[in-house]
Write a protein that binds this ligand. Structure first.
Ligand SMILES: [Zn+2]
Ligand SMILES: [Zn+2]
Length: 392
């Protein structure tokens, strides 16, 4: 790939920095290329990506240009690529660059970035909500992940399956020094999402919490954060092939989903969970998997005052939770809550768990050219933990 120096080194701080921080793994000459490598959704509606060259953008007012080195692959990317989330307002367009767990190095500042804590050379992250307005009611309420004017990375905005991306200097997430970039990436969506969901469950140390989909990208982090970070007694539910991973991540018990019927609205699996929790059921269930069956199974697993926290979003037509009947909700005082992606403070806090060595994301790295295969494996439920794309 041809690369150029975008100006004289002495002209400004940004250009000086371009000389100091290689744009990719190429050694010399060093600079920001006019074009860079990106994976685009070439046939939205199907599982397909292709790697192409796209123009490297210039940072606008208040923006930084980030040379991405890593991007996690999230199930939400799959939903965007395949147009299978009915909740999204518009179909994905061909040529969309997906991805929303990006980590890289700031290589250039746009105008209006002087005096910010974020400097050229800093590692920063890009989240699902890549930019917010800062002035709408959710933003003012500390729920910036719900910003009414938020920009979604990888859906109608260029995402992180590419080597360069823009981000707002006041909303990119600083990455702590001791956290390797490939481990930081999954924290920016999966990690912050499940951390926020665990907080929302109001489970206290010592409480039983069921993680549905405990071996997946979100679930394995929920299991680690819950058990090692928050002192919860985690019961992991997933396919039997993931038992070892789930237990290694700190689950006290593992429930093999394949050993229970799918068509009894959770009656059998709930009885089993009760046997593991002193007969009462779990204090909370966090459904990380995008499965309507998992949601139907969750409510019967709850004890009195228990709460179901919805995280995974099933694809296809929107289906009500089969067991969410007013009777049991009233008699057991159950609550059902949704939890989105957390706010910027949650992102700082969850990265700190990694920095302190309390949790360690289970990561496998792959090259950008393998992205389609990664999605195919994801579709078959064959991924353990998180796949992170190495963009160098
Ligand atoms: Zn995500
Ligand atoms: Zn806002």
């Amino acid at each position: 790939m041809r690369r150029i120096l975008s100006g004289k080194a002495s002209e400004n701080h940004a250009n000086w920095a371009e000389l100091q921080f290689p744009a990719t793994n190429m050694s010399s000459p060093v600079g920001i290329p006019k074009q860079h490598k990106a994976a685009v959704y070439d046939k939205p509606g199907s599982v397909s990506t292709s790697v192409t060259l796209v123009d490297t953008p210039e940072p606008g007012f208040g923006q930084v240009l980030i040379n991405l080195t890593h991007s996690g692959v999230c199930h939400s990317d799959f939903g965007v690529m395949t147009n299978s989330w009915r909740a999204l307002p518009f179909p994905t367009q061909a040529g969309q660059v997906g991805g929303h767990e990006g980590v890289g190095v700031v290589v250039k500042l746009g105008p209006g970035c002087d005096g910010s804590e974020v400097k050229v050379g800093d590692r920063v992250g890009v989240k699902w909500v890549a930019a917010v307005c800062g002035t709408c009611l959710p933003c003012l309420s500390g729920s910036d992940g719900l910003c009414l004017n938020g920009k979604i990375s990888g859906y109608y905005n260029p995402g992180t399956f590419q080597q360069y991306v823009l981000g707002p200097i006041d909303y990119v997430t600083p990455i702590p020094m001791s956290v390797p970039s490939e481990q930081a990436a999954p924290m920016l969506c999966a990690g912050v999402t499940v951390y926020a969901a665990l907080k929302r469950s109001k489970a206290q140390p010592g409480d039983f919490v069921v993680i549905s989909g405990a071996g997946g990208g979100l679930g394995h982090l929920a299991t680690q954060i819950g058990s090692r970070g928050l002192g919860l007694r985690i019961i992991g539910v997933d396919h039997g092939s993931k038992a070892d991973l789930v237990k290694e991540n700190g689950a006290e018990a593992f429930v093999d989903i394949t050993q229970f019927p799918k068509d009894d609205n959770g009656a059998a699996i709930a009885e089993h969970v009760k046997s593991l929790t002193g007969g009462h059921g779990a204090h909370a269930v966090i459904v990380c998997t995008a499965s309507n069956i998992a949601y139907a199974q969750a409510i019967p697993m709850l004890r009195f005052n228990g709460s179901l926290v919805c995280v995974g979003i099933p694809e296809g037509d929107m289906v009500s939770i089969a067991t969410a009947c007013p009777g049991p909700l009233v008699f057991k005082q159950l609550s059902i809550e949704g939890s989105a992606v957390g706010n910027r403070r949650d992102a700082h806090e969850v990265l700190d768990f990694v920095a302190r060595g309390i949790i360690k994301p289970h990561v496998r790295t792959e090259k950008l050219e393998k992205l389609t295969e990664v999605f195919e494996d994801m579709d078959r439920g064959q991924l353990n933990g998180r796949v992170v794309i190495d963009l160098s």
